[in-house]
Design a protein around this ligand. Structure first.
Ligand code: PLP
Length: 403
C-alpha cells in the first residue's frame, strides 16, 4: 500500500481496484444521462446495464433483479422502510402491511438503525440472541419465529441475516437459517456486504429473498451499492427515494453512472480472483500464529468458528484499543478498533456487547482486516508495532525509541 504504510482496514473500506478506477474514469468522460434517448444517453445506459450484469453475476442473480443504490445503508433502509412485496402480497399502490422484523444485535448499524426508523408497531421488533461466538442458534431463530407468529399471525415476518460480521469476521450459517425461516413462511434478507472477494456468495444457495451489497467493500468506489432480489416477484413495495422512476421505479434519481461502472468492474475483478481467499487465509493464519507468540494471553474473537479469511479481531489484556490505534497509526499501520469512534468518544462495540464479550476485552478489541493486495511486509510492520507497544507496556518508564 501507500508509501511506507500498511493498510490493514479492508473491512472498513478497500482500496479502489485499478479496473474499477479505469471504468469509473471512462464513465466520467460520458456526458449523457442514462435516461436520455440520444447517443450520449445510450452510452451511459450501456455502462449502467453492463455493470448490472456484472453485479448480478457476482451473486449468481439476474440483472433484471438488481437495483443500484448509494450503498448498503440506503439498501437496508429501502428494504426495511419502503417494505418488501412478495408475489402473494402484490397489490399495486397499496401500503405494505407491517410485518414483524427479526434481527440480531450483531447486525451493522445500517440495519439496526433502519429497523428503528421503520416505526414498527409495539412487539414487532424481535431481537435474535447470538451465542458467545456471535452465531444465531437454530433454536433461537425458531423461538423468534414463533414469537413473530404470536404477534402477527397473518403477516410473514422479515428475518435479517448477516452473511459475515464486519468486526469479527464470524460467518453465519445463512443457508441453514434461511431454510428454517422459509419453512415458517418468513422472508429472508441478507446483508452480504462483507462477502464478495472473501467467501462464496450465491443468492440461490443462500436461500435469500433479497440481499444487499456495497461496492467499496470489494474494490469498488464508495457511495454505491445494490439490492439484489432473488426473483422478479420480490420487489420494494415502493421506491424508498421517490423521483423520476429510475431503476424500474424502485429508486428515483439519476444513476451514479461512474460509481456504478466502478462497482461493475470491481465485481468482475472479484470473480476473476477466486483464489484470493486462500492466499488471505495463509497470511491471516501466519499473523495469528505470530500474535500468539507475541502475547500468549491474546484473545481472538470467534477463533473457534467459521470466520472470513481476512479478519482478525483480537484483544490483549492491558492494551487499550484507543491507545493502540494511535500507536499503530504513528507506526504507519492502519487498523481499526472493535469500538467505534464517534465525536471524539470511543464507544463500546455493540457487536461484541451482543455477544456478551466482557468489557475488559471489548475495550481492547482491535480489528486487522486484509485484502488480496496485502503483503507479508505489511503484516510484519503491524506485528513490529505491536511488539514495541507491548515492550512499552511491560516497561512503562522506557521511551519509545528504547523499546
Ligand atoms: N453492512 C455491513 C456488514 C457493513 O460492513 C457495512 C459497512 O461498514 C454496511 C452494511 C454499510 O455499508 P455502506 O458503507 O455501503 O453504507
Amino acid at each position: 500500500m501507500g508509501a511506507g504504510r500498511a493498510y490493514l482496514d479492508w473491512n472498513a473500506t478497500t482500496p479502489l481496484h485499478p479496473a474499477a478506477r479505469d471504468a469509473l474514469l471512462s464513465a466520467l468522460a460520458i456526458p449523457g444521462n442514462p435516461s436520455s434517448i440520444h447517443a450520449e444517453g445510450r452510452a451511459a445506459r450501456a455502462m449502467v446495464e453492463a455493470a448490472r450484469r456484472e453485479v448480478a453475476a457476482l451473486v449468481g442473480g439476474e440483472a433484471a433483479n438488481v437495483v443500484f443504490t448509494s450503498g448498503a445503508t440506503e439498501a437496508a433502509n429501502a428494504i426495511l422502510r419502503a417494505g418488501l412485496q412478495m408475489a402473494c402480497a402484490l397489490v399495486p399502490g397499496a401500503a405494505a402491511p407491517a410485518r414483524p422484523v427479526i434481527a440480531a444485535g450483531i447486525e451493522h448499524a445500517a440495519v439496526l438503525q433502519a429497523i428503528e426508523a421503520a416505526g414498527l408497531p409495539a412487539g414487532y421488533r424481535i431481537v435474535l440472541p447470538v451465542t458467545a461466538d456471535g452465531l444465531v442458534a437454530e433454536t433461537a431463530l425458531a423461538a423468534a419465529l414463533a414469537e413473530a407468529r404470536a404477534v402477527a399471525p397473518s403477516q410473514p415476518p422479515m428475518v435479517l441475516l448477516q452473511l459475515a460480521n464486519n468486526e469479527t469476521g464470524v460467518i453465519q450459517p445463512v443457508a441453514e437459517l434461511a431454510a428454517i425461516v422459509r419453512e415458517a413462511g418468513g422472508i429472508v434478507v441478507v446483508d452480504a456486504v462483507q462477502g464478495p472477494g472473501r467467501m462464496p456468495l450465491e443468492i440461490g444457495a443462500l436461500g435469500a429473498d433479497v440481499l444487499f451489497l456495497s461496492a467499496h467493500k470489494f474494490g469498488g468506489p464508495k457511495g454505491v451499492g445494490a439490492i439484489v432480489f432473488a426473483r422478479s416477484e420480490v420487489r420494494l413495495q415502493g421506491a424508498f427515494i421517490a423521483g423520476g422512476g429510475q431503476e424500474s421505479g424502485q429508486r428515483g434519481g439519476t444513476e451514479n453512472v461512474a460509481g456504478i461502472a466502478g462497482m461493475g468492474a470491481a465485481a468482475q475483478a472479484v470473480r476473476a480472483m477466486p483464489e484470493a481467499p486462500h492466499a488471505m487465509i495463509q497470511l491471516r493464519d501466519e499473523f495469528e500464529n505470530r500474535l500468539n507468540r507475541l502475547a500468549a494471553d491474546v484473545e481472538i474473537v470467534g477463533k473457534g468458528v467459521s470466520r472470513l479469511p481476512n479478519t482478525t479481531c483480537f484483544a490483549i489484556p492491558g492494551l487499550p484499543a484507543a491507545q493502540a490505534l494511535i500507536a499503530f497509526d504513528l507506526d504507519g499501520v492502519a487498523v481499526s478498533s472493535g469500538s467505534a469512534c464517534s465525536s471524539g468518544k470511543v464507544k463500546s462495540s455493540h457487536v461484541l456487547e451482543a455477544m456478551g464479550v466482557p468489557a475488559a476485552i471489548r475495550e481492547g478489541a482491535i480489528r486487522v482486516s486484509i485484502g488480496p493486495a496485502t503483503t507479508f511486509g505489511e503484516i510484519e510492520r503491524c506485528l513490529a508495532s505491536l511488539e514495541r507497544q507491548l515492550a512499552r507496556r511491560r516497561a512503562p518508564g522506557q521511551s519509545a525509541s528504547a523499546a
